[in-house]
Design a protein around this ligand. Structure first.
Ligand SMILES: [Zn+2]
Ligand SMILES: [Zn+2]
Length: 233
């Protein structure tokens, strides 16, 4: 009876538990499901943050093979369960409202003092298709929260890359190679930078972007994302 009544008031059903979602901030995901999203606290690569199966290793295979240009990268949680649904609703279904509660998660990552917040850029045509760069929205909230300057015009993505979904680690690296171009070096010279993206899969995008920023004279680079999507294998 109560449920039927709530359904009239709040017609949207939570995609996770199918109950009416009465929380505007996180809708269509309900408050209970949202509050059930937990940060990842298991073993991880100290450099790129990739979840590891045991506490014994310090770095993942990728970082041992090639040290990234970023100092470290971290995610709030794992790209699974409710968090995966939330990221996909935000990224592919363009539910912009979720940028705020998702960025609140990113803000929980402990980061050192930084001078600049930079979102991983999207190829221009992709921005038009999607109407927004999800990383830029996250970065905006992140900048409001930390007080570090949001810089949107220092790096651009000139090469149209294939979607990384479905590509293996080697293909992903190749796909993003030379995809980015620094447009305003002076904005990042000697600056400590926080690079923001939505999901960290193999880290190919974050690595390539950091490499370009470092080449252009950036100081320390820290990568933050909402979720890590793969385990070290
Ligand atoms: Zn729910
Ligand atoms: Zn690693």
């Amino acid at each position: 009876m109560m449920n039927a009544f709530l359904k009239i008031l709040f017609p949207e059903a939570c995609p996770v538990c199918r109950q009416p979602s009465t929380c505007h901030k996180t809708a269509p995901i309900c408050r209970d499901c949202w509050e059930g999203i937990a940060p990842y606290r298991g073993p991880l690569c100290r450099t790129c943050g990739k979840p590891l199966v045991s506490e014994e290793s310090i770095n993942c295979g990728d970082c041992l093979k090639e040290e990234p240009a970023f100092t470290w990268a971290r995610s709030y949680g794992l790209y699974e369960g409710t968090l995966r649904v939330a990221v996909n609703l935000f990224k592919y279904y363009r539910i912009k409202r979720l940028s705020l509660p998702l960025s609140e998660m990113v803000c929980k990552i402990t980061i050192p003092c930084a001078d600049a917040i930079i979102p991983v850029p999207l190829f221009k045509k992709k921005i038009r298709q999607r109407e927004f760069n999800q990383s830029a929205l996250l970065a905006k909230h992140f900048s409001d929260n930390t007080g570090a300057a949001l810089i949107l015009n220092c790096i651009s993505r000139d090469k149209e890359t294939m979607p990384q979904v479905g590509l293996n680690a080697r293909e992903r690296r190749k796909n993003v190679r030379n995809a980015f171009r620094i447009t305003n070096e002076h904005l990042i010279e000697d600056k400590n930078v926080i690079l923001v993206d939505d999901v960290f899969t193999t880290g190919a995008t974050m690595r390539e972007c950091s490499k370009m920023l470092k080449k252009a004279g950036a100081g320390n680079i820290y990568g933050v994302t909402i979720a890590h999507s793969s385990w070290d294998s």
